[in-house]
Design a binder for this molecule. Structure first.
Ligand code: ADP
Length: 445
């Protein structure tokens, strides 16, 4: 974006006429030079002849010839000065236009030269950083980053040389690069950086466009806090409803089918509540994982059996099972398994098979959950792990959910040193897979 913006700003300004209608005929440098060539040649050719015809040979004619020479030199100097002044004025005007265009932009813009030195900033950059004036920002990028404590969005430092604009100087392009810095007044600001290389005649430059995201971030935090508080408030009433329903079931009172439905729905609501709470915990850095060594394959089998009782229309199978000792947080891994299997059931409305496999591959265990359901539309696949994103929202296949399960599951798996991904064929089904490192000593056993 910024690369595209930089090019027309420099290239097009001199072509734009100031007023309406056709551009006025102006004394351009080329015209001045042409005029000079014509007048100079005429003068050289005819002035001597005119002088000889008017003044007889003698000292007066010699004096007049010297004066004529001086006149020629002075006229040339005057013309040259006119030319240079026009050129300088034109450059200034062009520079002024570029500057005022940059200054009118709401986002901060920084231009870096090949030596990674900031050579231009706009007004918004001065305001965003809380600096006193532009010149104090025209320093090497590393010095600027150090002064304003530029960090990654999670607060960790950037490895040296990894700043987006530096990488843009090496030809890379960035969009949506999140970072934090500390303003001159001590306030932390969340920003989104777009950086692009620009190839000019005077070498390679990099342009960084920095957008203040603090407001948006604050709203996001408010939303997350609100959801966490609401989820917390739901916990107690849900536990009471669940206990009462179980009591009625034990006593054999009430409609058994109704109580079963009630149990199932309470279970679902509890899971959503739990997901929201867990998500906010993970967001805040999360409590430590409570790890223990246990067999993941056994856990998969247990979860399958439990969910099978809630998904009567589906056949949940464990197609491959290999012992898989892992050093993991049992409770959190259960959430991951429940999320994947629950999704597989939910998005297979026809009630087909859901096939799970647990296989060892080198030093890892790989768990896959395959369904033959709706699949995920191709144009939505890239966003599937985004928080609150629901690929089927607003379609006839919207089976509810709040879109946090996959985000949370991937976060949990990556905290254990594993990876999660999926493949999906719209109309044919999906397979979600994750890996976990095997517990130490078990890798090749
Ligand atoms: P939720 O299921 O609560 O909406 P998730 O984060 O678990 O949230 O999933 C996000 C979205 O990904 C779902 O809303 C759905 O559109 C899509 N999705 C997840 N799993 C599957 C699946 N097995 N088949 C088809 N779509 C899926």
């Amino acid at each position: 974006m910024s690369g595209e913006a930089a090019q027309p700003a420099g290239a097009g300004t001199s072509e734009v006429p100031d007023g309406e209608g056709p551009a006025p005929r102006r004394l351009t440098p080329l015209r001045i030079a042409a005029l000079y060539a014509v007048l100079g040649a005429t003068w050289i050719l005819f002035s001597d002849r005119v002088l000889e015809a008017l003044v007889p040979e003698g000292p007066l004619q010699h004096q007049l010839q010297t004066a004529k020479g001086w006149f020629f030199v002075l006229a040339t100097a005057a013309l040259l000065q006119l030319l240079v002044r026009r050129l300088v004025a034109e450059l200034r005007q062009r520079d002024e236009r570029i500057r005022s265009t940059l200054d009118s932009m709401p986002d901060a813009v920084l231009v870096l030269d090949e030596g990674a030195r900031v050579v231009e900033v706009n007004r918004a950059a001065v305001d965003l950083l809380g600096a006193a004036d532009k010149p104090e920002l025209l320093v090497p990028l590393a010095a600027l980053a150090e002064r304003f404590q530029l960090r990654r969005a999670d607060g960790s430092p950037f490895p040296p040389g990894r700043y987006a604009p530096l990488r843009a100087l090496r030809g890379e392009r960035f969009r949506g690069y999140e970072a934090i810095f500390r303003r001159a007044d001590g306030r932390d600001v969340y920003v989104d950086i777009t950086a692009s290389p620009v190839h000019g005649r005077s070498g390679r430059l990099a342009v960084a466009v920095v957008r203040d995201m603090s407001e948006l971030r604050r709203f996001e935090e408010m939303r997350e806090d609100f959801l966490a508080t609401a989820a917390h408030e739901f916990k107690t009433p849900l536990a009471v409803i669940k206990a009462q329903a179980q009591l009625l079931q034990r006593r054999g009172e009430g409609d058994p089918h109704g109580l079963q439905v009630l149990n199932r729905q309470v279970e679902r609501l509890s899971r959503l509540t739990h997901q929201l709470l867990e998500l906010s915990r993970l967001r805040l850095g999360g409590p430590e994982l409570r790890r223990e060594t246990y067999d993941l394959a056994e856990q998969v089998a247990e979860v399958l059996a439990r969910l099978q009782s809630l998904a009567a229309g589906h056949r949940l199978t464990l197609a491959r099972r290999e012992p898989a000792p892992v050093y993991a947080d049992r409770e959190r891994m259960e959430q991951v398994l429940v999320n994947l299997m629950d999704n597989a059931v939910k998005f297979s409305p026809g009630g087909c098979d859901v096939e799970t496999t647990v296989a060892r591959l080198g030093s890892e265990v790989q768990v896959s959950v395959r369904d033959q359901g709706l699949g995920i539309p191709r144009d939505k696949q890239a966003r599937i792990f985004e928080r609150y994103y629901r690929a089927h929202a607003g379609t006839p296949e919207d089976y509810g959910g709040i879109g946090v399960g996959l985000d949370m599951s991937r976060e949990i798996v990556s905290r254990h040193g594993g990876r999660m991904w999926f493949e999906s064929e719209p109309g044919a089904g999906s397979v979600f897979t994750f890996t976990l490192p095997l517990a130490e000593g078990a890798a090749h056993g």
